[in-house]
Design a protein around this ligand. Sequence first.
Ligand SMILES: [Zn+2]
Length: 240
Amino acid sequence: MPAIVTQGIVLRHADYRDHDRMLTLLSPQYGRVEALCRGCKRPQSPLLACSEYFSFGEYVLYTGKGRMTVTSCNLTESFYPLRQDYDRLQYAAYLLSLAEAAAQPGERAVELFTLLIRTLMRLCYGERDVKAVSAAFLLHFAAISGYRPRLSHCVKCGKRMGDEEIRLMDIEEGGLICQGCYAPLTPVKPLTAQNVHWMRSVLEQGIDKTDQPDIAAPGLLLADYVESRMEKSIRHKGLF
Ligand SMILES: [Zn+2]
């Protein structure tokens, strides 16, 4: 098979032999890709910069003997400032883990890729609260994964929910639940009308344009919701 050229971002790397790394890339066309990066740990290697966490660029990959090998890369962005700010780095690393858990080999991931790059740009260079930026990622992540939360009506009976009735989100059904439909074993998390206004606004307008305050972003709720739907546990303790 000839070489393929794809945009990619490094989600993970693992040491391999003395000077090599195995990269886990997210590619918009090919989803999650494992690719060997030969010699990238040598100080003078032209592949050094594109084999770090968060490295984003155009990768040329060659397939042979059943595996992908990085032959060259044109680096677009290293997100270097993330490494100098431990707080931002923790959130960014959490988002990489989510992307890695969601992406499948050989499956297009255009929306996830775009969401990840835009969110990392905001975390790296933006002024907004990192928790709110990360919560917005989780919300859009849920939407593109097929479980956009329902935020106007009760998920069980379909009743329209006024602000004064908003108390609980049904994590399994993925939306608001009214008092009448709530039963003791229903898997719910508490939330406020402000949380719901924030989520509606961010889904419609995006985090850059919303007029809702960052403090209303329900980060922990969204992290619990997304991980519950993915049936994966990713460390987010203390982040939200
Ligand atoms: Zn109901």
